[in-house]
Design a protein. Structure first.
Length: 174
């Protein structure tokens, strides 16, 4: 099996190498980040809905973040020809903001996720590698390995929450 490298290391553009790079990053990294970010949105929404109430956003999120996220949402809504991320406001937050919501509400999460502080740290650790991938760049091996670990942990978290039968995982309105 050949090793895929960042096509930008070559001095001449090779479209096939660029496509191979994109295929590799999309399949091996982006898909895991997609899973992590979206599954954690479901986990956050589910836990805060159960612990606070289904309208947790106004209670659990500070005014400054609510305003920033509303600005992002308004920008999407002002472009009706584009795809709207979803109806629920949680679809407009970035990974760092997701980690901040978990951190500031850790008392709500710790009952179901005892190692919640580790989750906050790991979300912060993958924030920059996530941005590298989101901006269509090639992450280093160390970053890919970190994403792999968080992906694996995230799958285990979902299984643990489902097995505990203490929480119904509810997908926010799309």
């Amino acid at each position: 099996m050949s090793v895929v490298v960042d096509f930008r290391v070559f001095t001449t553009l090779h479209p096939d190498k660029a496509k191979d790079t994109g295929d590799f990053v999309g399949h091996s990294v982006y898909s895991k980040l997609y899973f992590i970010e979206n599954v954690l949105r479901v986990v956050v929404h589910s836990i805060l809905s159960a612990q606070i109430n289904p309208s947790w956003w106004e209670i659990a999120v500070g005014a400054e973040m609510r305003q920033k996220v509303q600005e992002v949402r308004d920008e999407y809504l002002s472009s009706p020809e584009g795809t709207n991320p979803g109806r629920h406001i949680i679809y407009y937050i970035y990974l760092g903001q997701l980690g901040e919501i978990i951190r500031t509400n850790s008392n709500q999460f710790s009952q179901l996720i005892p190692d919640i502080d580790r989750w906050v740290v790991n979300l912060e650790r993958i924030r920059w590698p996530r941005n590298v991938v989101a901006h269509m760049n090639f992450p280093r091996k160390r970053d890919r390995d970190l994403i792999d670990r968080v992906f694996s942990d995230c799958k285990a978290l979902v299984k643990s929450l489902e097995d505990s039968k203490q929480l119904e995982l509810i997908i926010p309105e799309v």
